[in-house]
Structures are given as C-alpha cells and as structure tokens.
Design a protein around this ligand. Structure first.
Ligand SMILES: CC(C)(COP(=O)(O)OP(=O)(O)OC[C@H]1O[C@@H](n2cnc3c(N)ncnc32)[C@H](O)[C@@H]1OP(=O)(O)O)[C@@H](O)C(=O)NCCC(=O)NCCS
Length: 184
C-alpha cells in the first residue's frame, strides 16, 4: 500500500520509532478521555503492540497521520480500518489525534475523509462505520463533516470517568460517498 495523500494530511505506515509518541498520547488522560483505554501503558506495552502488527491483515494495519511541517512532515496521530467484513463489505474506522495543539484544525475531518476514500476506492467496501462516545462533541462534529451520519445510539454502553455514556454509531455508505463526490 502506498502513502495516502490529502490536501493537508497524509497517511503512511506506522514505524517502530512512532511508538515513542504513541506512548505519550495513550497515557494522556485528555487524549484518552473518549477512547476505550483505561489503564496506564508502558513503553513495553506499546512495543509489544507494534510487534503484534506483523500478524495483522495488511488492510487493517494502523496508519500514521502526518501534516505538513515546513519542508517535512509532522506526526500528529494514528488511524485505522479494522474488523473488515468481506461478505457485507464493511469495516469499522478509528482515529486518535494525540497532538492536542492540532485539535480543531480540521485534520480529524480530513483524515476520516481520506479513510473513506481509501475504504470505497481502494478496499472496495460498501459501508464504513465508527463508534463515538456521546460526550465526544468534537469527534461527532468532525465525523459529520467527513460525511458520516448517525445510525444509532447504544445506551450507557461505556463506563468512563465514573459514569456511563451512550455510544453513537455513525456510518457512511459508498452511494453517499459517490453523491458527495459529484457535489464537489
Ligand atoms: C476527535 C478527533 C479525531 C477530532 O479531530 P479534530 O481534528 O480535532 O477535529 P476537526 O477539527 O476536524 O473537527 C472538530 C469540529 O468539532 C468542533 N468542536 C470542538 N469542540 C466542540 C464542542 N465541545 N462542541 C461542539 N463542537 C465542537 C470544532 O469546532 C470543529 O467543527 P467546525 O470545523 O465546524 O468548527 C480528535 O480531536 C482526537 O483524536 N481526539 C482525541 C481522541 C479521540 O477522541 N478520538 C476519537 C474517538 S471516536
């Protein structure tokens, strides 16, 4: 798989040296507030995670999110397509922008738009979906901008920070992707 380029963002394969930044992000309570990460993680946990990637379906390997930085690129997060169902041609998407100073600049929406293009035009899927905690207003707005629509609500499906929260399922269909592309 080659690098996936957008206007301001590119998605490339994760390298072992990225794990040092991931370690910082997955231990930052603000970053993990709306993620299903609960316990402190060690550098060894992160290295073991990286080592386990070799066994994954290549289509499901996480991708590093980078933005332009002067003449080079800056790592700001990671994302992935996972649980690919080849019969129903659908998969779940996930994203974490760990560099908090880069939140609210449109990179999340652009990354999810790129992942949708990847799902529909490269992996030949028909539906992509994600699960977002109801309290994650930034996430819900970013996904809406990328073309996801709310499909349902799983009530009190997650327990985080001392309380239950609903989980919202958002999805995008290939037909909607094609219609949006014609509008652009
Ligand atoms: C969630 C996440 C992917 C969003 O990416 P992002 O680059 O910050 O989002 P974008 O800039 O593309 O879009 C954010 C939108 O939410 C809006 N927003 C931010 N905080 C908000 C709030 N409290 N209420 C309503 N809207 C809010 C922003 O104004 C922006 O909308 P606009 O462009 O119409 O102004 C990113 O912040 C992240 O990874 N956070 C930490 C981990 C996480 O929550 N992952 C997702 C789990 S499902």
């Amino acid at each position: 798989m080659s690098v996936i380029y957008g206007e301001r963002v590119r998605l490339r394969a994760v390298e072992r040296e990225d794990v040092k930044r991931f370690f910082v992000w997955v231990n930052d309570p603000e970053v993990t507030r709306h993620l299903s990460l609960y316990l402190p993680l060690s550098t060894v946990d992160e290295e073991n995670w990286f080592d386990s990637l070799g066994k994954r379906d290549p289509r499901e390997k996480p991708l590093a999110i980078e933005i332009r930085d002067g003449g080079g690129w800056k790592l700001i997060g990671n994302c992935s397509v996972f649980d690919i169902d080849s019969i129903s041609r659908q998969a779940e998407l996930g994203i974490m922008i760990g560099e908090k100073e880069e939140w609210n600049k449109g990179y999340g929406a652009e990354t999810m738009t790129l992942l949708l293009r990847h799902c529909f035009e490269t992996l030949n899927l028909n539906r992509a979906y994600l699960r977002v905690y109801a309290g994650n207003e930034r996430g819900k707005r970013a996904y809406q901008k990328a073309g996801f629509v709310v499909e349902g609500r799983l009530r009190e499906a997650v327990y985080k920070c001392g309380k239950y929260d609903d989980v919202i399922v958002m999805g995008a269909l290939r037909s909607e992707w094609i219609a949006r592309k014609k509008e652009r």
